[in-house]
Design a protein around this ligand. Structure first.
Ligand code: ZN
Length: 324
């Protein structure tokens, strides 16, 4: 017999807006289908956590930037299809609004393909359109450094916003139905995207600067802007963004609750960053631990409806408003 916590978790569509697992699998020749594959995230662990949609970001390592990024992304995208063909079941990729109707609390995990770093475009809008035809539905405009779209958060002195090309990219992403991810972008770049985008955006894996001052975290003003934009902030599980000292699942809950207090219950989700981070919070080391988040929220007195929104409902709405 299931207890109440498990019952609530099982009744929700669960969505994680960011992980870098594809690179880990490819680089270290690990099997996605095996639970003990030394990755944070794999097929058995996603089923154990009852995850229904996992964003799979293709992270571009610095040695492939600026030139070589597109080719590297092709290798990793090809690897996604290789994984799918080698498994007992085919991986289902979310491509359009109608696919969202396939998402249900009891379905096995589906995937949304993303790219972490606008370097992939190598300065060409045509590349963006072709990547969309290849199934990419989300792109993080920058990583921490400057690229042809904007500066990343580590460009502390310049903090440049969207370039002319960056503005074109935003416009075209809006038009073709690719979700704009503003995690990693400079603050000026963030505000430019907010003013330029006519669709909701996401910071797929970012935390709250008010709880822990870090250039990768979002200020209250940014969280409020995401609310006004009808977007989402996905709370990152990286201890370095969450705080100092011992970081546990409770610290993640603190950031979730804080983000909700500023951005509102309709604009917060999960963005684990699994396999993109070298440490995980105590009690939250893989998707199999996600039901523990639900349990903590129940103990905190959250309603079933609010839990449903943060676990995945908000992401479903965002994708309804952005996908082609
Ligand atoms: Zn990242």
């Amino acid at each position: 017999m299931m207890n109440r916590d498990e019952d609530i978790h099982r009744s929700c569509v669960v969505i994680d807006g960011h992980c870098d697992t594809l690179l880990e699998l490819y680089k270290h020749k690990r099997s996605f289908w095996e639970q003990n594959n030394h990755c944070h995230l794999n097929w058995p662990l996603l089923q154990m956590g009852k995850v229904n949609l996992q964003f799979l970001a293709i992270y571009i390592e610095p040695e492939y930037k600026p030139y070589g990024a597109l080719c590297r992304v092709m290798e990793l995208l090809d690897h996604y299809h290789t994984i799918s063909s080698e498994g007992e079941i085919q991986l289902k990729t979310i491509l359009k609004k109608e696919d969202l109707s396939l998402l249900a609390p009891d379905t096995s995990c589906m995937y949304l393909l993303a790219i972490e770093g606008g370097e992939v475009l190598e300065g060409k809008i045509s590349t963006l359109r072709i990547l969309s035809k290849l199934g990419i539905r989300c792109m993080t405009l920058t990583w921490n450094q400057r690229n042809k779209i904007a500066d990343g958060v580590w460009e502390k002195d310049s903090q440049g916003g969207l370039t002319t090309f960056g503005r074109e990219v935003v416009k075209e992403m809006n038009r073709i139905g690719m979700l704009i991810d503003v995690s990693h972008i400079s603050e000026k770049g963030f505000w430019d995207v907010i003013s330029q985008s006519n669709k909701p955006i996401a910071a797929t894996h970012s935390c709250c600067a008010a709880l822990h001052k870090h250039p990768r975290n979002l200020t209250n003003e940014q969280l409020a802007a995401i609310k006004a934009n009808k977007g989402i902030v996905g709370i990152n599980f990286y201890p370095g963004f969450l705080g100092e000292g011992e970081i546990t699942i409770d610290t993640v809950i603190e950031h979730l609750e804080y983000a909700v207090s500023v951005a509102g219950i309709d604009h917060v989700g999960l963005g684990s960053d699994f396999d993109g981070i070298d440490k995980t919070p105590l009690g939250l080391s893989s998707p199999a631990d996600l039901p523990q988040i639900t349990k903590k929220l129940i103990i905190k007195g959250w309603s079933r409806e609010d839990i449903r929104k943060v676990l995945g409902g908000n992401y479903v709405r965002l994708l309804q408003n952005t996908l082609p």
